[in-house]
Each structure stands twice: as structure tokens, then as C-alpha cells.
Design a protein around this ligand. Structure first.
Ligand SMILES: [Mn+2]
Length: 346
């Protein structure tokens, strides 16, 4: 720690950005969950954490909003490294199952597929239970947690822990191309496509504010229109308003006003324009620019609302380092704005 020089080349020590802190010392913990069993289109998000960490060593430790960023006591829970093999096995099974469905197969008529589905549901349940236990432990120690997926099913354990621990109701800000409001999807109990449906079932979740949504089914649209907890800023609406002269700053104010006092941020990287995440599981044209979201984070962190947790999910590396690079820079900014926000709420 005394020897740490933020201007030096980062040491590949396994921690995000090569920061010098241990989990015990940490005020912030990054908790990776390497699971992509339910991604329906393209696999790879289970390798997201490794790609993000690998890319993080090339970042300069400078942020325009915060001096001495490296003093943020942040550590990465490195136990995820051994999960990759287990996930590869589950992924193989889920691919055979998903392609069975895509060929029009009926699970009820096929004992083998029924068994695979049951196995996948049990195995993913175990991962979510573990996420819940570990994150709850960190929260009870007073640490702040940023979950790093994995597919978008991974924060459910985090939501459950918060639902149990938080005294007051909280809001979720979701940045995503998809609404993720399906009651169930492809037979999976915890699908990436159901994460926010599952979230609004929790009694402490008072509000779900969705941004960037542009790929959505009828059932979900109906829910966004009728569910009292849900407020959706569709991507096409935001863009139309901006084309007609409304500023992003104004829209950010409306987004912030729709949230309650305590805010959890769930950031599916596919909320960005896919040029930032070409290898993510389900890319969709449209979406946000990098600095549009950073500007929103800046405004939100200074707004008087309190951050109570965050996740970044669906980063998937391709054959180059681009997706990991964007993921690392996004996570870096989330960490900075989380910290700026928590300085205001000491
Ligand atoms: Mn999502």
C-alpha cells in the first residue's frame, strides 16, 4: 500500500484496476457471478468478469469528478475464477435444451429434456443462493457491493439480500435494451428475461424505472402500462424527444424524479448502443452513448438520492478486447459515482 503508485503500470494482481486492497480492508466489493445458462441468443457472458478485470489494468486512474480515485478501497472477490468450468458444463446442457425448444420440441413429451431443465434450474438456484448468502454477508459487514455478471439472471440473489436487509423500500434503475419482465422464459425459473419481473415481486422494491428499452414483447408492454411499480422510458420515446429539441439533461431530471430516495442500479451493457458491446448476448440497434449514461450517473449521484447497490451484467468478450474494455471503463465509472454518492450520505 505505501508502495502503491497510481501513475505506474498496473500490477496484474487479480484485483480490479490492480488496486492494492484486500477484501477485509475493502469498503467496496466487486462480486462476480460467472453464469450464462439462460442467455438465449449468444453465449459468453460468463467470461465477462475475466474480460473486464483483464482490460482494467490498462485504465489510467484518473477521473474528472474525483481526485485520487485509487484511494477508493475496492477489492474484487476472486473466488469466481474457479466457477468458469462449472458454467461451461451447464452452458453445454442449456444449449442442447434451448436448441431443442427452438426446433419446436415440447419439454413435457421428452423425459430427457425435462431432466436437463430440472438439473439446470437446480444448478442455477444454487448459484443464486450462494450469491444471496455471500452478498448478504458483505452488506452486514457494512460493505457496498457491485455485482458483475454473468447474464442478467445473476442479480436475483442480490435483490433478495437487499429485500431482507434494507429497512426502507427502494427503487431499481434498469438500463437495458430489454424489459426483462417476462413471467417465465423457456422454462427457466430464473431467466435473464425475467429478472425485473422477479424484482417487482419483492415487497421492498417500490419502483422499477427502465431506460433504453427497445426490444419487448406484448405481454411486457401491457405490464409496463398497468403495473403501479413500473415506469418505462422507451428508447424510441427518449430519442424522439431529443430529436424534437428536449435535452438529455431534462430527460435525466424526469428519470431521477421517477425514482424513490434509495436507488439500486442494474446496468445491462446492452442498454448501450451495440457499438460498445458487439458481443453481448442479445444486442439491439439504438441505445445510449457512453457519456449519456455517465452524465445520468453524475446527476443521479448528486441528486440527494442514495445508492444502495449496483450491478453490471451481460458483458461478453469476443475475439478482441473491446467489450471488456468498455465493461472495465463502465465499472470504473460506476465505482466512482457510487463513491461520490456515498460521500454525500455519510
Ligand atoms: Mn437485461
Amino acid at each position: 500500500m505505501e508502495n502503491f503508485n497510481p501513475n505506474d503500470v498496473a500490477v496484474r494482481n487479480g484485483n480490479f484496476l490492480g488496486l492494492p486492497y484486500t477484501i477485509d480492508e475493502a469498503e467496496y466489493v466487486i462480486f462476480p457471478v460467472c453464469l450464462d445458462v439462460t442467455t438465449s441468443y449468444k453465449p459468453g457472458t460468463s467470461n465477462g468478469p475475466k474480460a473486464v478485470v483483464d482490460a482494467s489494468y490498462q485504465l489510467d486512474l484518473f477521473h474528472p469528478e474525483l481526485k485520487e480515485v485509487w484511494k477508493i478501497k475496492l477489492a474484487l472477490d476472486q473466488r469466481y475464477v474457479k466457477d468458469t468450468e462449472e458454467n461451461a458444463h451447464l452452458r453445454e446442457l442449456s444449449e442442447s435444451y434451448i436448441s431443442f425448444l427452438e426446433q419446436g420440441g415440447e419439454v413435457d413429451d421428452n423425459p430427457e429434456m425435462k431432466e436437463i431443465l430440472q438439473h439446470l434450474n437446480e444448478a442455477t438456484q444454487k448459484v443464486h443462493d450462494r450469491t444471496y448468502r455471500e452478498i448478504k454477508k458483505y452488506l452486514q459487514q457494512g460493505k457496498k457491493v457491485i455485482l458483475l455478471g454473468g447474464d442478467h439472471s445473476t442479480p436475483i440473489g442480490y435483490f433478495n439480500a437487499l429485500n431482507e436487509i434494507r429497512e426502507k423500500p427502494f427503487s431499481i434503475l434498469q438500463i437495458d435494451a430489454h424489459a426483462d419482465l417476462r413471467n417465465a422464459y423457456e422454462g427457466f425459473k430464473h431467466s435473464h428475461a425475467s429478472i425485473c419481473y422477479n424484482a417487482i415481486q419483492l415487497d421492498k422494491v417500490e419502483k422499477l424505472v427502465q431506460l433504453g428499452i427497445r426490444d419487448i414483447c406484448e405481454e411486457e408492454v401491457t405490464l409496463t402500462q398497468n403495473h403501479p411499480k413500473v415506469k418505462t422510458f422507451f428508447d424510441w420515446q427518449i430519442k424522439e424527444q431529443m430529436h424534437e429539441g428536449k435535452t438529455w439533461s431534462k430527460i435525466c431530471d424526469e428519470i431521477i424524479a421517477a425514482l424513490g430516495d434509495e436507488v439500486y442500479i442494474t446496468f445491462d451493457i446492452d442498454g448501450f448502443d451495440p457499438k460498445y458491446c458487439p458481443n453481448t448476448g442479445t444486442p439491439v440497434p439504438g441505445g445510449f452513448e457512453f457519456y449519456e449514461i455517465m452524465y445520468l450517473f453524475k446527476k443521479l449521484s448528486a441528486s440527494g438520492k442514495k445508492f444502495i447497490g449496483m450491478d453490471l451484467v451481460e458483458v461478453a468478450p469476443g475475439n478482441d478486447e473491446w467489450d471488456g474494455n468498455v465493461g472495465a471503463r463502465t465499472l470504473f465509472n460506476m465505482m466512482v459515482y457510487y463513491h461520490l454518492n456515498s460521500l454525500k450520505h455519510k
